[in-house]
Design a protein around this ligand. Structure first.
Ligand code: 9G3
Length: 579
């Protein structure tokens, strides 16, 4: 009987023949490498700056079609589909319903939400043949809110969670690191609808934990961090940050608890100030005045859309503009260059908002250096001498600060944001009149949450975390194949025959097998196998005539010789041990 793969190779439809049954018997996608489209590369692509970008290109997983726009080749797409399968299982388990919305979103919806003019060139727009405008979907809030608005009206249908897995478009100014910051990418975006805030809190927790299971099952090292909801409005939000040195975000985390926050958001707990010195009268001094870190104060000026803001803080601290934005409930804040056109910080004038970071509460003999060449002040007692409207937490947290939860010390790590969960509240339902009738029959705006996972970004983050100098090392849950079966010399009858029988046996056992049957030099085959990164390699070489093969784990590179009659047991055990 001709081998299954030969029939697959010349796949034709045998509506009634027994052959069809063979395909179902295997039920797994195994393939001969000589027939697969896996264009590996020897050289490192010059413009690939990150390991994942380099290795996904070299391993034949992706190819670039334009800046920030990629094709997922067969190997790459197999991994994408495994990530999607895990996400679907966990979202379905959390009670979410999958749907699919269009990428072409009518501009009217973005006018209703007010975001058509908020987003600049990053939001890709196009016109249809009738001259009507559309947005290429960067996210789905407008679309899903319009869908639910027009068809859901009773609280009895709530809570409801809907999700899609779909391509998103964001015209990034500087696409980089391959799939990590692309202009077209695959996202799972979910939206929840509630009659009460408590119900939103429940959904938020349920989906938060579903995300933890997704990333755990993918083998990703990540932290769920407190984040800033920024332009999205709403209150709570967490980001799922994959730990990686090339990550763009900084995560502040405790070395003794699971506290973790986006650097912009990390709250600073008031450190016990040093014993206050006694106060001395304020003195003016010409020119710049030296002082130690404990006494030096600095003044930083900002403007919002409507106000001028003066912030005092320790000179050794950095002002956190996200914290100022949140304190002033504004969405835009710009630093003003500290020059002579600005008033004297001690006499800023009525119109200026004067804020101080909590760190100044323990200073009583501060030294405030005037602007270049202008006077300095010594013995500054902020409470006495600076017209402070209020003390707030306005500085960036620093490594070594105590963790806000009182446990341990803050450390920094770089992260790649692979997911985020938001409590949106009624921002979109009010803007778009999405209401439901409550138990008293009264119309109320729907309370919403939204939840995203960057699927193509997760794939890249896994590669950043799971590789060595010779290629990828896929976690077994995501590997394109479980086993890479390598025939060292396919021209050798014993090796070919043994490989063929092992291929069938392993497929029949339900393993996904990639059989390297190519007539290439062994060195090329081994190098490609290290690049492709399947968790297990079976090498059929010189000892084929003795029914002995080598079994290797890609991650640990440990190799053992195995009698073929003990092979599938050995493979099962080794696969168990793989990450
Ligand atoms: C845009 C463009 C870029 C954007 C957005 C809109 C980010 C935008 C935030 C979100 C929030 C959540 C649902 C899934 C989870 C994240 N960049 N965001 O709304 F038009 Cl060009 O996407 N959306």
């Amino acid at each position: 009987m001709a081998g299954r793969h030969q029939r697959l190779g010349f796949a034709r439809f045998f509506p009634t023949s027994a052959h069809a049954a063979d395909y179902i018997v295997y039920g797994v996608l195994s393939m001969k490498q000589s027939q697969m489209f896996i264009p590996t590369l020897k050289e490192v692509p010059a413009d690939a700056e990150s390991a994942s970008h380099r290795l996904l290109l070299r391993g034949g997983f992706i190819r670039q079609n334009a800046a920030g726009i990629y094709s997922y080749l067969p190997l790459g797409y197999k991994v994408i589909k495994k990530i999607e399968a895990i996400i679907r299982e966990e979202m379905d388990r959390a009670g979410a319903q999958e749907l699919l919305m269009p990428a072409m979103q009518p501009a009217e919806l973005w006018h209703e939400s007010g975001r058509w003019d908020v987003y600049g060139p990053e939001l890709m727009r196009l016109k249809d043949r009738h001259g009507r405008f559309f947005a290429l979907g960067a996210t789905g809030e407008e679309l899903i809110t319009s869908l639910v608005r027009d068809s859901l009206n009773s609280y009895k249908k709530l809570p409801m969670v809907l999700y899609q897995i779909q391509t998103k478009y964001r015209d990034e100014k500087r696409p980089r690191f391959g799939l990590l910051r692309g202009r077209e990418f695959i996202m799972k975006d979910a939206y929840s609808f509630h009659a009460t805030w408590e119900s939103l809190d429940e959904a938020y927790q349920k989906i938060f934990h579903a995300y933890c299971r997704v990333f755990d099952r993918c083998g990703l090292k990540y932290r769920a961090v407190l984040a800033d909801s920024g332009a999205m409005g709403g209150k709570d939000t967490h980001e799922f940050q994959a730990l990686s040195d090339i990550g763009e975000d900084t995560v502040a985390y405790s070395d003794e608890s699971d506290f973790a926050a986006n650097l912009e958001m990390a709250p600073v707990v008031l450190q016990e100030g040093q014993p206050a010195e006694d106060r001395l009268p304020l003195e003016k001094k010409p020119g710049k005045e030296e002082a130690d870190e404990a006494h030096l104060i600095k003044a930083e000026w900002f403007k919002t859309r409507t106000e001028t803001v003066l912030v005092f803080l320790r000179a050794a601290d950095e002002v956190n503009d996200v914290k100022i934005k949140n304190a002033l409930a504004t969405d835009l804040i710009e630093p003003l260059s500290n020059d002579e056109t600005l008033p004297d910080p001690l006499h800023p004038g009525e119109a200026v908002r004067v804020l101080a970071d909590n760190g100044l509460k323990s200073v009583v003999r501060g030294v405030l250096c005037g602007v270049e060449g202008r006077t300095s002040y010594v013995n500054v007692d902020p409470a006495r001498d600076l017209a402070i409207e209020k003390y707030l937490d306005l500085r960036f947290i620093k490594e070594g600060d105590p963790s806000p939860d009182g446990k341990g010390t803050i450390r920094f790590a770089k992260g790649i944001e692979v997911g985020q969960v938001f409590k949106l509240g009624t921002k979109y339902s009010e803007a778009m009149n999405a209401e439901f009738l409550d138990a008293e029959g009264k119309a109320q705006p729907l309370i919403m949450g939204c939840y995203g996972i960057g699927i193509s970004r997760t794939l890249s983050a896994i590669c950043e975390q799971c590789h060595d100098e010779s290629g990828l090392i896929w976690p077994k849950a995501l590997a394109p194949f479980d086993i890479h079966l390598i025939t060292v010399n396919p021209k050798n009858g014993d090796q070919l025959a043994l490989s063929e029988s092992l291929y069938h046996k392993l497929c029949a056992k339900g393993f996904d097998v990639l059989w390297d049957d190519r007539k290439e030099r062994p060195g090329v085959k081994f190098a490609d196998s290290e690049l492709i990164g399947c968790p297990i390699q079976i090498i059929v070489g010189k000892k084929a005539s003795e029914q002995v093969v080598e079994l290797a784990a890609r991650g640990t590179k440990e190799r053992t010789e195995v009698q073929t009659d003990k092979l599938d047991q050995a493979v099962t055990e080794l696969l168990e041990k793989c990450y």
